[in-house]
Design a protein around this ligand. Sequence first.
Ligand code: ASP
Ligand code: MG
Length: 430
Amino acid sequence: MALVVQKYGGSSVADADGIKRVARRIAATKRAGHDVVVVVSAMGDTTDDLISLAEQVTPMPPARELDMLLTSGERISMAVLAMAISNLGLQARSFTGSQAGVITDSAHGKARIIDVTPGRIRTALDEGSIAIVAGFQGVSQDTKDITTLGRGGSDTTAVALAAALKADVCEIYTDVDGVYTADPRIVPTARKISRICSEEMLEMAACGAKILMLRCVEYARNYDLPIHVRSSFSQHEGTWVTDSPVPASLSQSAVEDPVEQPIISGVAHDRSEAKITVVGVPDNPGTAAAIFEAVAEAEINIDMIVQNNSVGASGRADISFTLPKAEGATAVAALDKVKAGIGFERVEYDDQIGKVSLIGVGMRSHPGVSARFFKALGAQKINMEMISTSEIRISVVTRADELDDAVRAVHTAFDLDTEAEAVVYGGTGR
Ligand code: ASP
Ligand code: MG
């Protein structure tokens, strides 16, 4: 008997039929003799709908109230799911994040989990119940207000609970059969990865792969918790994210430890970033620091940075960087404030960019990967606006409308295509 944490995303519980289907799956796991904790997201596009409702009454919803509103989405799905399970003759009890012991800091909209005290979940399991927990939410230790963990945060709830309960596996159920070598919505010939190490999965998530939230992968790695990403619409074995051997009792087919890592594990893409260029920066020591200090003080996380000395202009440079689109306006305002003091010419904002990234631990020891990547883009006449690399990743910024072509070109250039078309069972990939 194992302790299994299962997380079902919004597209898996989009309507009553979806909820009944998920309930049957949960019941089957319970009847197989396992203890089951379920983390559930809001039904379908509920979270987006609630955000737009808020925006219809105010352009700037107070963060505390927005969290209160958004957490209601998960309360609906958890209660209805518990009802559907009880209709199958099993006991199920639903819990809000707060009741499940998910304690966070007080950063509304992007709260971080600081502790998980799942006493009530344990009791429910010991009494033979299935525990259903509302994803993506917790309670602030300081203010006692209800918080949310950021979009897609139910994954993190699931992994955090699994770690606190010392579960054997955290199963993340989604609308595709696992982690693919690229988003199958863009590359239908993408291949399912049967097993991926946490280092590569972290890079994929950081580079925009939406299949798993970055923080949930970090969490799982820190606790050496295996994640199994799979579809709630099929019975196929999905993708195991783990650095340890895959637990044989919980996998349908033997997932072998790779003898040699493939050079490339996949291609990720990101449409959520914008680019800021600070034009005509005096080329003196300390100016870049002053610029990024202003951005950091506005609590903005930046990604790529490129500086080029503008040829001809006397002693001036341009500095470009990327950041989340959602923080664009704040960053531009912060820079405008320090413009006179630092003495640069102007700030340009561009939100029509896309980022394509190639990831693989094998890159470390294989030359020629960048050349092949750039050649693939060149052959499609796709211009590269920014480039950044790490030991196991190459990322390139392109025009937003060239991103899909860029992803396909790179995927093909590294022989990642397969014959069988990947199945997308539902949802939008969000
Ligand atoms: N319902 C929330 C969202 O759409 C949390 C989640 O799905 O994980 O972001
Ligand atoms: Mg979601």
